[in-house]
Design a protein around this ligand. Structure first.
Ligand SMILES: [Zn+2]
Length: 347
């Protein structure tokens, strides 16, 4: 099955195939958790299976056994697929036993060496995530990309294409997966929410709060984080709806940073709705953004981003949050945007 929010990207890929324009290097980009790997897997199956991704042939079965995202307890340079002509390259453990943050040059060298061997069948190499390659690893890959080989496909997955050197980008055909808010994705999400939780959540609203990333929405529902998050969200909206009411902030105690992030998401979403002149699934948010000026929303968003960046330093987060909340609770009728000050003049 092709995930609903992958359909455009997948159509672009199959179009390349139909027109026999399969590139030597393919770059799949999209924000974290959007499903770049799932799209690559699905496309590889299309390439290898002669029978419409049947799930039953030799290649389909080999692919089904792969789990290259699993964290191994030993360090390997590349991982092999059960399909003998496919390899994976990703960050592995360091000697300290912690997962490395970058893909090293020795890994890319091994990766390219294997792909440079002749094979009768299509050879595939997948790098995830290409934006984690360090400079020498990227240079090493570039050499291979500069000498295209027949019957070889290199698939690069990247969260952020702009982190890749232009020399690599220019040698890749790229496909981007966009966040999704459409009804098919909302329906997919409803089907992936536990039955017990289903009645408690509005899937469209959930998808909005997860910035249009369905896998992230599913993840959020695991544990009680989302319930807590919804509680904060509701309380924040209530504040802005009832400016005259005294602000009760006990529920935010100990969660100042998360509350700021929650408000940041609300305002970001609010600005998006306002700019698109549309309504979202959160009724109160629609009302608030309707009354608030874009200018004030943007300024508050700036202040919140600064407050969040200060969380690493020893500031009084409770006071910082209070100052932000005072402005937020008056956002619908602010005549002049006030300067938000913090105890250490931090803002
Ligand atoms: Zn098959």
């Amino acid at each position: 099955m092709i995930l609903p929010w992958h359909q455009n990207a997948f159509a672009k890929l199959t179009q390349m195939l139909e027109q026999s324009h399969l590139p030597q290097a393919l770059l799949i980009t999209g924000t974290e958790k959007i499903g770049k790997f799932e799209l690559a897997e699905r496309f590889i199956q299309t390439l290898l299976c002669k029978n419409d991704s049947c799930g039953d042939c030799r290649h389909c079965r080999q692919l089904a056994k792969d789990n290259p995202r699993e964290v191994l307890d030993q360090n390997v340079l590349v991982r092999r697929s059960h399909y003998p002509n496919m390899i994976f390259c990703r960050t592995e453990l360091r000697e300290s036993g912690k997962e490395s943050k970058e893909i090293r040059v020795d890994q890319i060298r091994a990766f390219c060496d294997i792909l440079n061997k002749t094979a009768d069948e299509l050879q595939i190499g997948v790098i995830f995530y290409a934006d984690q390659m360090n400079v020498s690893a990227a240079n090493s890959l570039l050499k291979t990309l500069e000498e295209p080989r027949e019957n070889t496909l290199i698939i690069l997955l990247a969260h952020n294409a702009s982190a890749l050197p232009a020399t690599i980008l220019s040698r890749c055909q790229s496909v981007h997966i966009r966040p999704t808010f459409d009804s098919e994705s909302v329906e997919w999400l409803s089907n992936h929410i536990d039955r017990e939780k289903r009645s408690d959540f509005d899937s469209a609203q959930l998808l909005e709060s997860a910035h249009g990333i369905p896998f992230r929405a599913v993840e959020k529902l695991q544990g009680d984080y989302f319930l807590q998050f919804q509680g904060w969200q509701n309380h924040l909206l209530e504040m802005a709806m009832n400016p005259a009411k005294t602000i009760e902030t006990e529920m935010f105690e100990g969660h100042e940073l998360e509350t700021l992030v929650c408000l940041q998401q609300l305002i970001t979403e609010g600005i998006r709705l306002k700019l698109l002149k549309t309504q979202g699934a959160l009724l109160e948010l629609n009302k608030v953004v309707n009354k608030a000026s874009s200018d004030n929303l943007f300024r508050l968003l700036d202040d919140i981003s600064r407050a969040i960046s200060l969380a690493q330093s020893p500031v009084n987060m409770a006071l910082l949050l209070d100052n932000v909340l005072i402005v937020w609770s008056h956002i619908t009728h602010l005549k002049q945007y006030p300067a938000i000050t913090s105890p250490q003049e931090a803002l």
